[in-house]
Each structure stands twice: as structure tokens, then as C-alpha cells.
Design a binder for this molecule. Structure first.
Ligand SMILES: [Ca+2]
Ligand SMILES: [Ca+2]
Ligand SMILES: [Ca+2]
Ligand SMILES: [Ca+2]
Length: 474
């Protein structure tokens, strides 16, 4: 192997079968070994005029004289007969000829050793030397010339087999789907819409859509609702939590006896399905609103009777954990996708930010509309995880505001002319992109697209304070 290096460096290497043009210069040889080999083989084949139509075990290299003689002697129509006779007659010769040349003729991936700078196991066709039978390739070389980009370990033929088992593609994240906008113009674009994230590829959220290029981080088959450009938006608001998604969730409300009940928006039924043990807690106990963390699925509720937040696991039934005394009247709670917990203080008419670890208020901003304060008397709160906006029901005016968490400034996104609401819940449905909101036992389905369309649904069986999606506990 060292010999090759020396010979190539000196420009002295000469491959039998190659024309002098190919090998006069080491650099030229390096650039065009394959072409050189092809040229050499073509030259030999040309000498045997029966050429490639002869059978497959090497006769093309052999008996050029008989071949051309036959072709010359035979008429055009007899040509094929002449050829087959000459081939069968010269089988022994051709075999010995083939054998005698086999240690020097190179061609295809098996006959060359090529440098593999990026270490992906595929060799750079521009940096090859003929293979030495019986020896191992030199360090840094591999026995093929198949790499299509030897500057990228993620780029080689068949890198993205889900797109194409053969094509030269880039797959950085290793999900077997190819980068859709490769830097190298010679690389075939694949269909991976985010090649830095192995949970994002076509059909990732196979339950929601078997073809769209979505992100499904928690692997529950539903696509993340909060994604960057180029990735299809899904309807999984909690893509870090496989236990809650549109296919496995329920709309619930909390009662002051520790029970949690499912709200059926089609029938108005309100059916208890879980409860927590509030026996060990000192009374009074009154739950106004709940929200679920998109980070870890933890459910926080406002225990308004003590002006604290509590952490609830209704699936376990355990006694809720009481957090710090925040001293505020919280009528709505909601998490943004980044895990920040917000609340609406109906006494101070403020948007507050909580520390989920302690339940303490970290920040408070006046809630405003057109720069003026909003008098919140009863509210509900939810997060539009598709539009990535915070929604607040202003019960006094039976309208829904989108509130900028950075400023507290609201924008009216729906205005329902149905009186003053005083016991208000709000939840966003990521599938229909609509909101459910209630006033006591009245329930509404409300569009949020500025059209102000809404529909009153069947009355609820009981008056409730809150609407939230949560896990089904199955
Ligand atoms: Ca390589
Ligand atoms: Ca490569
Ligand atoms: Ca990929
Ligand atoms: Ca998911």
C-alpha cells in the first residue's frame, strides 16, 4: 500500500490496460481512475469485435483475432452464429486470458481502494488507488468508490433509505429520511422537513396523518402543535406527554368535594370519573380552575378558598400538594408551551406569572384593552397551542381576549352577545381550533378566527366553574 503512494507521488504508476493518457500524471489518474479503467476495458473489448454480445464469463477480453475474423468472414446474418461458435471454441483460452489479467484489471467498487475522509465507509472516487488483492486497504481507505460527498459523514448513497435506498442523500438526524434542502447541489433532496430532529419526518405522527411531515416527540402518533416553519402543524398540545393527546384525553371540570367529572359537549352530561383525597387537607377547599403542564403533565389548580395553587394527580387519587400562599383571586390558569404558568387575578385585574415549583407569583401586569384597564369579574383561561396565544374569557362582557403575555395587552377574538357570565370556564380544542366556554350550565363552541361565529351547545347537567383537557387515566 505504501508502494502505491510512492508510485503515485512520482507519477510512475502504470496500470495495465490503461492508456498512457490516464497514467502519465498521478493527479489525472486519481481524478479519473474509473474512467481510465472503463477506457482500458473498452479498448480491449474493441479489439474483440464481437464485443459485448458474447456471453458473460469474460470472453469479451479474449480471442480478438478469431472474433474479428469470424465477423469479417460471416455475412451480417451469420454473424451471431459465427460469434457463438468462436466463443465456445475459445472457452479455454478465454478463461486463461481472464485469469491472467484478473490481478491487474480493476473496475467497480471491488477493484479499488478509495480514501474515506468522512469515515462513513464510502470512498471518495476522486482519491482512489488500485486494490492489492490479498491485502487490506491503507489506513483511511475503503474498498469502494461510492461516496457522493466525502466531506459529510451523513451523506452517501442510501443514507436516507425511507426516501430512496440508493440515492445520494443527507440524513443528519439519523431517522432515515433525507434532508430536503441539502447544501451540496449534487445531493438529491429528500423529504425530511427537519433534518436536525429525529422525531420530525413524513408520517412521524402516524395516527394524526400518515404522510404529513410532523413532529411527534412523545411518540403517541399525534403531531406537535407548536413547530417551526416547514413542519406541518399537528394537534398535540402536549407533545412531551404521551398520555394526553386528541385521541386520549377528556374534557373535565373539578368539584369542591375532590371529584373530577367528564364534560360531554354533545349531551351536556357531567360524569364523575376520578377523585382526589382531600380529607387530610384543612378546609375550606374550593377549586376554581386547573391547567396541565406541557412539560411534564403536572396538573395545577387554583384553590381559591385559601388563595393557593395545588398540584393534583387525579389519576392516582392522592391528596393534592398545597403550594405557597399567593394571596390573589385567581379565576383562570394556563401554561404556555414553554412551561410558563400564567393566571388571571380577578381582584387586581392582572396577568400574573407563577413559579410552578413554589406556587409564588413572580410577576404581574395590568390586563389592558386598547391601553385601558379591563375589569375582570369572572374569567376562564386557556392556551391556543396552535396559534400559540393565551386566551382569557372576560365574563362580564362575555367575550374572549387574546392576551400578550409580555405586555398584558388584550385583543378581542370573539364577542358573544349572551349576557354577563359569572361562572366561567374556557378550553381550546386543538383539533377543531375552536374554544369551549361556559357560563355556569350554558356551554358554547366559539370560533377564534375573527368571524365571531359561535354555537350554543346543550345545557350542562350542572353548573360548573372550569373546563380543561386532561388525561383519561386509562
Ligand atoms: Ca466517505
Ligand atoms: Ca459521505
Ligand atoms: Ca433525517
Ligand atoms: Ca405527540
Amino acid at each position: 500500500m505504501r508502494r502505491f503512494g510512492l508510485l503515485l507521488a512520482a507519477g510512475l504508476f502504470h496500470a495495465p490496460g490503461c492508456s498512457s493518457t490516464c497514467v502519465d500524471d498521478g493527479a489525472v489518474f486519481n481524478q479519473s481512475l474509473e474512467a481510465c479503467m472503463t477506457a482500458g476495458l473498452t479498448a480491449n473489448a474493441t479489439e474483440g469485435t464481437e464485443g459485448s454480445e458474447s456471453d458473460t464469463d469474460g470472453q469479451t477480453m479474449t480471442a480478438p483475432t478469431e472474433g474479428s475474423a469470424s465477423a469479417t468472414e460471416g455475412s451480417a446474418t451469420e454473424g451471431s452464429n459465427s460469434n457463438s461458435e468462436s466463443n465456445s471454441n475459445s472457452n479455454s483460452n478465454s478463461n486463461s486470458n481472464s485469469n491472467s489479467e484478473s490481478d491487474t484489471i480493476t473496475g467497480g467498487g471491488g477493484g479499488v481502494w478509495c480514501e474515506d475522509k468522512d469515515g462513513d465507509g464510502f470512498g471518495d472516487p476522486a482519491n482512489c488507488v488500485p486494490a492489492e488483492p490479498g491485502e487490506d486497504p491503507p489506513a483511511g481507505f475503503v474498498p469502494n468508490d461510492d461516496d457522493c460527498d466525502d466531506g459529510s459523514e451523513h451523506t452517501f448513497p442510501g443514507a436516507a433509505p425511507n426516501d430512496d435506498p440508493m440515492a445520494c442523500m443527507t440524513d443528519v438526524d439519523g431517522d432515515d429520511w433525507g434532508e430536503s434542502m441539502p447544501m451540496n447541489p449534487d445531493v438529491t433532496p429528500g423529504t425530511d422537513c427537519d433534518d436536525d430532529d429525529a422525531s420530525t419526518f413524513p408520517g412521524s405522527a402516524e395516527v394524526e396523518d400518515p404522510e404529513k411531515c410532523m413532529k411527534d416527540e412523545d411518540g403517541d402518533g399525534w403531531g406537535d402543535s407548536s413547530v417551526g416553519s416547514g413542519v406541518d402543524v399537528g394537534s398535540d398540545c402536549y407533545d412531551s406527554n404521551a398520555d394526553i393527546n386528541p385521541g386520549d384525553r377528556l374534557l373535565y371540570t373539578a368539584f369542591d368535594d375532590g371529584q373530577f367529572a367528564e364534560v360531554n359537549v354533545e349531551t351536556g352530561d357531567v360524569t364523575p370519573f376520578a377523585s382526589v383525597d382531600i380529607g387530610p387537607l384543612a378546609p375550606p377547599y374550593q377549586v376554581i380552575t386547573c391547567a396541565i403542564s406541557p412539560i411534564d403533565g403536572t396538573i395545577y389548580c387554583s384553590q381559591s378558598a385559601k388563595q393557593i395553587l395545588i398540584v393534583v394527580d387525579y389519576c392516582s387519587g392522592d391528596t393534592p400538594t398545597e403550594l405557597a400562599d399567593h394571596g390573589r383571586s385567581i379565576c383562570g390558569l394556563g401554561f404556555l408551551d414553554d412551561g410558563t404558568l400564567y393566571g388571571i387575578d380577578s381582584d387586581g385585574d392582572e396577568l400574573v406569572t407563577f413559579d410552578p415549583a413554589t406556587g409564588e407569583v413572580l410577576d404581574a401586569k395590568p390586563l389592558t384593552l386598547d391601553g385601558n384597564g379591563v375589569n375582570i369579574q369572572a374569567c376562564g383561561m386557556a392556551v391556543d397551542c396552535v396559534g400559540e396565544r393565551m386566551l382569557v374569557t372576560d365574563g362580564q362582557n362575555s367575550r374572549i381576549l387574546s392576551v400578550d403575555p409580555a405586555t398584558g395587552e388584550g385583543t378581542v377574538v370573539a364577542d358573544i352577545p349572551e349576557g354577563q357570565w359569572n361562572s366561567v370556564g374556557l378550553e381550546f380544542d386543538s383539533v377543531s381550533k375552536q374554544a369551549f366556554s361556559n357560563n355556569g350550565d350554558q356551554l358554547f363552541r366559539i370560533t377564534l378566527d375573527g368571524s365571531n361565529d359561535y354555537m350554543q351547545l346543550p345545557d350542562l347537567a350542572v353548573s360548573i366553574n372550569d373546563l380543561s383537557y386532561g388525561p383519561t387515566c386509562n
